[in-house]
Design a protein around this ligand. Structure first.
Ligand SMILES: Cc1cc2nc3c(=O)[nH]c(=O)nc-3n(C[C@H](O)[C@H](O)[C@H](O)COP(=O)(O)OP(=O)(O)OC[C@H]3O[C@@H](n4cnc5c(N)ncnc54)[C@H](O)[C@@H]3O)c2cc1C
Ligand SMILES: *[C@@H]1O[C@H](CO)[C@@H](O)[C@H](O)[C@H]1NC(C)=O
Ligand SMILES: *[C@@H]1O[C@H](CO)[C@@H](O)[C@H](O)[C@H]1NC(C)=O
Length: 629
């Protein structure tokens, strides 16, 4: 161990990644020796002790049972258990975070671990053509902290028009003015220049900060965006439109997940009324079919079945894929699907009938004539790792949030929406699939080997500096769907996002690509020699490079979701035939049952979805408190 730690050939891959794979339960060749070594230095035992799970008592009764310890679930459980007279159970299918989750630069690697449910879409016809079997990977967090523990840590709330739209669709209480206090309640901001902003709070549980490691490339990108006419903005403030360095859910350069923000600080003080169960996968809700009332859950722990009962409510916070799955397994869903798989119908609702997501294009990628700016994870030095790990330095490469450095929010010419409502986001990312030499991002997204081999491999070999502008469309017309293939609670739901079925969606992304290229031509980026990576996308070679048709082909090939799936348990009034939950997040037609997570978001927001999950958790806690006090 000693000789590995101090040898000059020390590399991040052996220091952090191998333990990550071990601790996360993924088998890689030759890990037994490392495991033994870790055991010798006591690391494994320590870890086991620190994380020894609570053992459930069959038939225990709680006031509230929260299913899923993700972004919304941790927030909700923490707020509900503030009242010591309320007993709260928080059930989580996954385990605990470790040092790999906490290290932001490793974000992309977490998808290769047991902390990811590992779902794939059904094969897509008009998108994901660059993925094996045309299946887009749909990762989800399976760990205390949920997806907030494996995501890219971008903090982004949305446009005021998003929430005003929710309210005017029959959801009183959800206008921007009414949700802003809940965003603020969750936030503890450390953002330079925004100390006095009325849009930021400094004393909430969730740390939001600037990424302290910044490259020459991001400075050039921000400057070039300004030269191209975009204002500098706080995209969580008065106006989204413009460009900004990214705001991140990190604390002193470490990931701040829902677990570390909301649960860890209180769990020792609330042992008597907040019980947290890991490796406990809920398989079904207990429902009194007569009164349509939820009174508990069944779950599996250690291969055995357990039952918990709820005196007050059962709350599903299992995320946009698993909350609808659990409703359907329990007989709440579309009558035809439930009948087909043999689940007795309790209540017919359009669960999973809608699924929205934001589609992205992985690129364009630009090479530059700088050196040493792009992070190649295998080249992180021992000095950088030690400075981060031992000295706690928050400004090394290791606190880069998976390479994301800046965001730009834009209008396109074709937009019919008001001027202050962006259509497109550019996400400026250091590097590309080459950053990890094909060991993480490629696998995480299910990209075919030939995409990596022909477009990116050579960049890694040459250590060529480069960056990518991911182009994301905010308001897609394509609508997907989720349903169950069978009644096995441990199986995968079928997920068909139907990306880019609407031609128009492709045209918006194409406009975004053109904007990205326009920005690259501005003096600030030209002064570092930025130019398009001229390596044609496999499958699009017959089209003239960088022509509109070439990009259309590329959009359907390098289809890259940023995992903002919403609406599978859509919120809306009872009169809305597409709605699953009410504006109080109660499941329509049912009693003592709510859904509290991103699955209730009714339409795709002008944002990444993590911040909204915290807001939904905070707001739900208030609604539940006022119902039961
Ligand atoms: C790779 C990736 C990167 C992302 N990057 C960003 C980003 O940078 N910024 C951003 O804003 N958004 C990002 N997102 C999206 C964002 O993180 C999620 O939308 C958000 O965290 C979802 O919160 P949630 O509370 O709805 O669900 P989750 O956080 O997914 O929580 C659901 C929890 O329920 C548990 N669970 C599920 N089923 C069961 C069951 N049957 N029994 C027990 N427990 C169960 C899960 O294990 C999980 O812990 C990203 C998503 C992914 C996948
Ligand atoms: C900031 O957060 C704290 C803790 O959640 C909350 O009590 C306070 O009201 C918030 N301040 C604002 C201005 O929202
Ligand atoms: C990069 O190229 C530009 C012109 O293309 C040149 O002005 C600049 O000096 C170069 N920078 C470096 C670091 O080589």
């Amino acid at each position: 161990m000693q000789s590995i730690m101090w040898s000059p050939q020390f590399r991040l891959t052996c220091c952090l990644l191998m333990p990550l794979f071990l601790l996360s339960g993924v088998q890689t060749n030759g890990n037994q020796r490392l495991l033994d070594q870790l055991q010798q230095v006591g690391l494994v035992n320590l870890l086991e002790q620190a994380t020894r799970p609570n053992v459930p008592q069959d038939l225990a009764t709680y006031d509230f049972i929260v299913v899923g310890a993700g972004a919304a679930g941790c927030t909700l459980a923490a707020r509900l258990s503030e009242d010591p007279s309320w007993k709260v159970a928080l059930l989580e299918a996954g385990g605990v975070e470790n040092i790999a989750h906490l290290t932001p630069v490793l974000a992309g690697y977490l998808q290769q671990t047991a902390s990811n449910w590992g779902y794939h879409s059904v094969p897509q016809r008009l998108s994901c053509l660059g993925m094996n079997n045309q299946e887009c990977a749909l990762p989800r967090g399976k760990v205390l902290g949920g997806t907030s523990s494996i995501n890219y840590m971008i903090y982004n709330r949305g446009n005021r028009r998003d929430f005003d739209g929710w309210a005017s669709a029959g959801n009183p209480g959800w206008s921007y003015a009414e949700v802003l206090p809940y965003f603020l309640r969750s936030e503890s901001a450390q953002l330079q220049g925004l100390e006095q902003s009325p849009y930021h709070n400094h004393s909430g549980p969730l740390s939001v900060e600037d990424v302290r490691y910044r490259t020459q490339l991001v400075h050039a990108f921000v400057e070039a965006s300004v030269e191209a006419g975009l204002p500098r903005t706080d995209y969580n403030g008065e106006s989204q439109l413009g460009v900004s360095y990214v705001q991140a859910t990190t604390r002193n350069g470490r990931r701040h997940s829902a677990y570390s923000a909301y649960i860890q600080p209180v769990r020792d003080y609330r042992k008597s009324n907040l019980h947290i169960y890991t490796f406990s996968q809920v398989t079904r809700l207990l429902i009194d079919a007569e009164t349509k009332s939820a009174y508990g859950v069944e779950f599996r722990y250690n291969s055995r079945a357990y039952t918990f009962k709820a005196r007050k409510e059962v709350i599903l916070s299992a995320g946009a894929f698993n909350s609808p799955q659990l409703l359907m397994l329990s007989g709440i869903g579309p009558a035809d699907n439930l009948k087909a798989i043999g689940v007795p119908l309790v209540h017919a609702l359009p669960v999973g009938k809608r699924l929205y997501d934001h589609m992205c294009h992985f690129g364009p990628t630009f090479v530059t004539n700088t050196t040493g700016q792009t992070t190649f994870t295998s080249r992180v030095t021992a000095a950088e790792v030690l400075s981060y790990l031992l000295a706690g330095n928050p400004a090394t490469k290791l606190s880069s949030i998976g390479g994301v450095e800046a965001l730009a929010f834009l209008k396109t010419g074709r937009s019919t929406l008001p001027q202050d409502w962006p259509d497109i986001e550019l996400i400026m990312v250091l590097g590309s699939l080459a950053s990890d030499e094909g060991t993480a991002l490629k696998l995480g997204a299910n990209f075919k080997d030939e995409i990596y081999d022909r477009m990116y491999r050579q960049l890694a070999q040459a250590r060529q500096d480069h960056f990518t502008l991911l182009v994301m469309q905010f308001h897609p017309q394509s609508v997907g769907r989720l349903w169950l293939r069978d009644r096995n609670p441990l199986g995968w739901p079928k997920i068909d996002p139907k990306y880019c079925v609407a031609e128009e969606d492709v045209e918006y992304i194409l406009d975004g690509i053109k904007e990205a290229i326009r920005i690259s031509k501005m003096p600030a980026l030209q002064s570092i020699g930025a130019r398009l990576l001229e390596r044609p996308v496999p499958g699009c070679e017959s089209l003239a490079f960088a022509s509109d048709d070439y990009w259309r082909c590329s959009i359907r090939t390098l289809s890259y979701t940023l995992h903002h799936q919403v609406a599978t348990c859509r919120m809306g009034p009872a009169s809305d035939p597409t709605a699953v939950v009410s504006p109080q997040l109660r499941v329509h037609g049912m009693r003592r049952l709510r859904v509290v997570d991103t699955s209730i978001i009714p339409v795709p927001p002008t944002a990444h979805t993590n911040a909204a999950a915290f807001m939904i958790g905070e707001k739900a806690a208030d609604m539940i408190r006022s119902d039961w006090s």
